[in-house]
Design a protein around this ligand. Sequence first.
Ligand SMILES: [Ca+2]
Ligand SMILES: [Ca+2]
Length: 334
Amino acid sequence: MRPILAVSPFRPLGGLALWAAIAAATAAPTARYDLGTGRLSLGGLALTGAVQPACFDVELITHTPDPLVVELESAAPVACPATPSATFDVPTGTLQIARVSLTGGAQTVCYTATLNTRSTAPLRLALSAATPLACNPPEPTTRRFKGEVWADNWFALYLGETLVAEDSVPITTERSFNAETFQFEASYPLELNFVLKDYKQNDSGLEYIGAPNQQIGDGGMIMQITDLQTGKVVAVSSSAMRCTVLHKAPLNPSCEKDRNPSSTCLFRNLPEPAGWKSPDLDLSGWEAATVYSAAEVGPKEGYFGVTWDPTARFIWTSDLRLDNTLLCKLRVPG
Ligand SMILES: [Ca+2]
Ligand SMILES: [Ca+2]
């Protein structure tokens, strides 16, 4: 089925209310015509030629297939984007759609389209021209985000494969408790990939070796990501994160007070799985992050300087003490 059909008599619109009803535009420049339902959705139509530009999201419904006549079903005012996907020129009564995708057929087809007004009550449009286009998806919109992370003892955050932030205190520091606040540019979806490390003096998994307080240290992490365009927290640490353990020690916790724990404590240390930062990674072998209370983690310096969203929780894998190096992933659809 071709979307277009005949050149229809041109007839400009009369009243401001009607132009306003049809003029429209949104930030995502995509118009869609669904063959199955006959709906033409203009996610961004700008009114031009008026004293003041006005923008709307518009929904039109097909009336007859030949020539294609559509009627305005709804129109909602929206903010005017810099480059609207569709424009309605008030003096000429011409509706131009930069890109309309035809769905509901065997395959999606895209066109640029021009429609002329046919009648005013209810508003009807007849498609007078359409040019096939490649169906390229719209460019993702880049936004600015703020990240806040408190880790016992160290973290690195990758956005996909790209390092975004790293704990400023090296993991070789025995007592390192600090929060990091940082900003980064990204577009949804966000693929958050964390490396988390609890401090250990060596592969024994112990800290303060040889001192009276020689012990098995524990971990913990809390984080939140804020979309600075909306001011909303869009990601937090929770059981929605999926994690896997790379370094675990001691496997025999009874070695904790041994005089030579570096010899007697057993450990397991796995390499990072190939491609673990990929959004397509099979997470079936990864565990859901375990949520811990503040009392269990015992947050220290840095944690108290951040206003945490109530949904942000302390997480780690299932063993706060023996699991020393983790990888954790979270996808934020946006
Ligand atoms: Ca530990
Ligand atoms: Ca620790």
